[in-house]
Design a protein around this ligand. Structure first.
Ligand SMILES: [Zn+2]
Length: 252
């Protein structure tokens, strides 16, 4: 990464992919981009931020990792009121984000999938039931095709953003740390937080760019069975391959 030319007034965004975050009382509209789902096994501590479980001292120090289901989504801008589902007005500008779902929200989405079939060609209204824990519910919008696929300009935009997405998604969800780095971070005192009721900071903001050498043992945790709950999602078990944006975007 080097310096980027800007014209005065231009704004740039951080390189990490943002996590989708719902707010209570403010519905959002998203489209699922892929039927492939990833599981993340992460630990969180105020001193380390989110980092991927490497099955060792991390679990001994911080307990079992938490499991999240990671799904790539297009988030639209809601242009009108959200009370009339049949005539919902939404569209550009769009952002590519990732959904990070706990078991409960994931199972709610799975129910919608079972009732409606493949949801990767549908747009979804997302209701946030609890912003702190990001508990989400979903309503399937019954258009024939999701807006980002049916609008050529949006489709083009998604295609352009998808490559960066694939490169950055791993680092955006959590960071990879070595045992030594983890122990070093955990040795530091916990900073007093002025507002302890605040929800955990978004992992996206905590994902620094890491040297490739630090990307270790990330593949191990996802290959183990989920504690007490084997993945039963639309795509079956969590996969280690890339989200298959290419096949989905090119052969809708
Ligand atoms: Zn661990």
């Amino acid at each position: 990464m080097s310096l980027t030319d800007l014209t005065f007034g231009d704004k740039v965004k951080p390189v990490a992919i943002e996590r989708f975050k719902g707010e209570e009382g403010t519905p959002d509209v998203i489209g699922l981009m892929s039927s492939k789902i990833k599981a993340s096994f992460t630990h969180y501590d105020p001193r380390t931020g989110y980092f991927y479980c490497f099955k060792g001292e991390c679990c001994q120090n911080l307990g079992l990792p938490s499991v999240r289901y990671i799904l790539p989504v297009v988030q639209y801008t809601l242009l009108g009121k959200a009370n009339d589902l049949a005539n919902l007005d939404y569209g550009a500008p769009i952002t590519l984000k990732y959904l990070s779902l706990g078991k409960e929200s994931y199972e709610k989405l799975k129910v919608k999938w079972d009732l409606n079939g493949d949801l990767t060609h549908k747009d979804l209204l997302v209701i946030c039931d609890d912003a702190g824990y990001q508990k989400l519910s979903f309503e399937v919008l019954q258009a024939k095709e999701s807006k980002w696929r049916s609008d050529p300009a949006l489709l083009q935009q998604v295609k352009e953003l998808a490559n960066d997405y694939k490169l950055l998604i791993d680092l955006s969800v959590a960071r990879n740390v070595t045992v030594d780095k983890m122990l070093e971070l955990l040795a530091a005192p916990i900073e007093e937080r002025p507002n302890t009721r605040q929800s955990k900071p978004a992992p996206a903001r905590q994902a620094p760019r890491l040297a490739p050498s630090s990307q270790v043992s990330h593949s191990q945790p996802a290959q183990q069975a989920l504690p007490g709950s084997p993945p039963t999602g639309p795509a079956g078990a969590a996969k280690q391959d890339d989200f298959d944006f290419d096949s989905i975007i090119d052969n809708p």
